[in-house]
Design a protein around this ligand. Sequence first.
Ligand code: CP
Length: 311
Amino acid sequence: MRHLLSIDDVSADEIRMLFDTAAEMHDVQRRQVKKLPALRGRTVINLFFEDSTRTRSSFEIAGKWLSADVINLSAKGSSTSKGESLRDTVLTVTAMGVDGLVMRHSASGAAEQVSRWIDVPVVNAGDGTHEHPTQALLDAYTLTRRLGSLEGRHVAIVGDLTHSRVFRSNVKSLVKLGAEVTVVAPPTLMPAGVSTWSKEAGFATAWDLDEVLPHADAVMMLRVQRERMSGGFFPTAREYTVGYGLTRDRLARLREGTPILHPGPMNRGLEIAPEAADAAASLVLDQVSAGVAVRMSVLYHLLAGDEGVSA
Ligand code: CP
């Protein structure tokens, strides 16, 4: 693995290897032994052209807990606000001698493009509506820790699929790990071409959430991304919640203990009721915690070379 731009870059075996390392990192995290020397002397830059709470801070923590020097640069406060191009920006920061680049950008394909301009490993931390591979890895890692093997498990991914890079990465990783995936959205938020893609990739599509939920071993709710809807939001928020929200009523109809995931940030009361977000079966904060361990694992495998994980 030279870069992590898409879940296409990793096989099922490589995902399992990343999970094994993440489990070691998680144990380190739990035992409060917070620093490993694996990336001592390496420098990682987090280049975020879109806002982030979870991804940016967990990559920063992950790098620091592996003893890397971590630099954060966002569009606001960098010379991109003066019109500097993406190419000039990444060539400039890599000329300073960084060893790895973590990047979020609003343009689909931006991370792939950057990986062709520079010689250091690039991690895609979300590119437009294309992919968010580390989110998918941490989601599958969290589910695996809760359910054991995902082989034959039925995962429902529900929500604004059109604008979701999380959905696009998650179907790939979950199918690779043997899960049966059904994606559910209103027709207006079902991406063009999904029916062809679903047949090729081996997942199902549905419009009726109430038909899918009783059969789900896990439910992943997605954020309604109103900031990406230039033409307005249809259905209305109220109609959306009635048709596709994980409401209190639907929560009561899930099989007991069905894990509930959401990548965050959540629109409480729109796609997920507070009672579902905070339910005993909710894995939302487990996902956040796993994000550090999984990102440590990714940085370690991309940047550590032959050096060991030992404390
Ligand atoms: N899930 C996710 O990518 O969250 P942030 O936008 O806060 O990083």
